[in-house]
Write a protein that binds this ligand. Structure first.
Ligand SMILES: [Zn+2]
Length: 80
């Protein structure tokens, strides 16, 4: 059975092969393409709507439990 995670943009659950995994690294958001990065990950659909919702609501920082400033550039790039 496929593993399901919640998209931090639209808040719908989906199988992880439909979602991008993102992690925080040195106060930057990194898209974990290989899905091997350690630490807490968050998931978002790879469509611009979900990504921009995630950026606007700062859901990323909450989902990843990071505080303070974090560079969301990598995520914002996905929304374009
Ligand atoms: Zn979504």
């Amino acid at each position: 059975m496929a593993i399901e995670r919640t998209c931090i943009g639209c808040r719908n659950r989906d199988s992880t092969d439909q979602l991008l995994r993102i992690v925080s690294k040195d106060r930057h958001i990194v898209v974990d393409v290989a899905r091997t990065a350690s630490g807490r990950g968050a998931y978002v659909h790879s469509n611009p709507k979900c990504v921009s919702q995630a950026v606007n609501r700062k859901a990323v920082t909450r989902a990843l439990r990071v505080s303070g400033d974090i560079d969301l550039t990598a995520l914002q790039d996905l929304a374009t």
